[in-house]
Ligand binder design. Structure first.
Ligand code: TYM
Length: 344
């Protein structure tokens, strides 16, 4: 079992990142540890330069993200926690995979289409080739499990396509004539109840670090009062909650809040509606806010205690990067060899 996933140090990590991905990093870290496997979680700082950025902010956000991940329960003694920039094998493998990835595959990526909009010509090359780096991130370590939110599913499918094509085109043969594949095809692990947490201001937009409105998301660094205010002001409709899940179909904001409650409480949506069906948001919102504060309050407290110790945070990254470089080397060597590139 090899768990691998990444998160970008752009903006503030939020409830969508936590429920969609970080909570699963922690669960899978413990599963992998239990069976002698490994979990590698990295800060995708190289992905962050695909959009305009401020260098000083990038450095500060990288360290804050380490503090957040540890505050959420990632344990640097159990998981390998690092940033891409300290592990050059990621970019090396990306270049080698650029020979396999097809322009047409990248052109179909919805994130590329969404972020580039009508101005494709004006985008960085990095934004276009971003999914190839993401494929390198996971294939380098022979990942078996990749915990992500639903918005990353298409990128993971691309990673599988690249791995498959590379294996077909270049895998060496075993002595008995069978193929000896170079890459493992990774499986995405997407939490069904929190695959896509939506904005608190617009049930049709995903909760995002880049949304200009801070009221659209719960940041993991928000204090209790801020969380309560954001839930109070969250967009809803005037109806009471339905008793059945089907009643949420045309009510995206209500569905989102009930989904958040269910994910935090570890209950099904049906069970939440069993309790709150027939009640209005005047009753439901305070219950949701309390649940949020109970779950995220301790994370925030740990984050605040860790965030200013840049020496300790840098040391976590350096230690993780050393291990990651070691883990990545064998695959990279086989790739160079399979491609006929001569190295010593
Ligand atoms: P990023 O930094 O946008 O998000 C980190 C993780 O959080 C998930 N997520 C969400 N889940 C549910 N609801 C939401 N509203 C929500 N918003 C974000 C994302 O799906 C992701 O799992 N390209 C990636 C980083 C990356 C990566 C990788 C991930 C780079 N290399 C290799 C996995 C494997 C990204 O920008 O995630």
């Amino acid at each position: 079992m090899r768990v691998v996933s990444g998160i970008q140090p752009t903006g503030k990590p939020h409830l969508g990142n936590y429920l969609g991905a970080i909570r699963n990093y922690v669960a899978l870290q413990d599963d992998a540890h239990g069976v002698g496997g490994e979990c590698l979680i990295f800060i995708a700082d190289l992905h962050a330069i695909s959009m305009p950025h401020d260098p000083a902010t990038l450095r500060a956000s990288t360290l804050e993200l380490v503090a957040t991940l540890v505050a959420c329960g990632l344990d640097p003694d159990k998981a390998i926690l690092f940033n891409q920039a300290q592990v050059p094998q990621h970019t090396e493998l990306q270049w080698l995979l650029n020979g396999t990835a097809r322009m047409g595959w990248l052109n179909r990526m919805t994130q590329w289409k969404d972020k580039a909009g009508k101005n494709r010509e004006g985008q960085s090359v990095a934004l276009f080739t971003y999914p190839v780096l993401q494929a390198a991130d996971v294939l380098l370590y022979q990942a078996t499990h990749v915990p992500v939110g639903e918005d990353q599913k298409q990128h993971l499918e691309l990673a599988r396509d690249i791995a498959q094509k590379f294996n077909n085109d270049f895998a060496p043969k075993n002595p008995d004539g069978s193929d000896a594949p170079i890459f493992t095809l990774p499986d995405p692990i997407i939490p069904p109840e929190a695959a896509r947490i939506m904005s608190l201001r617009d049930g049709a937009a995903k909760m995002s670090k880049s949304d200009p409105s801070d009221m659209s998301r719960i940041n993991l660094s928000d204090d209790a009062d801020t969380m309560v205010q954001k839930i109070k002001k969250a967009k809803t409709d005037p109806e009471a909650l339905p008793s059945e899940e089907a009643g949420l179909a045309e009510r995206p904001e209500a569905r989102n809040l009930v989904g958040i409650y269910a994910a935090l409480a570890g209950q099904s949506v049906e069970a939440v509606l069993g309790e709150y069906g027939g009640q209005g948001f005047g009753a439901f919102k305070p219950a949701l806010a309390e649940l949020l504060v109970t779950n995220l309050g301790p994370i925030r407290d740990r984050f605040v205690a860790l965030k200013d110790d840049s020496e300790a945070l840098d040391a976590i990254l350096a230690r993780g990067a050393a291990k990651a470089r070691e883990r990545g080397t064998p695959t990279l060597d086989s790739v160079y060899r399979a491609l006929g590139l001569v190295r010593h």
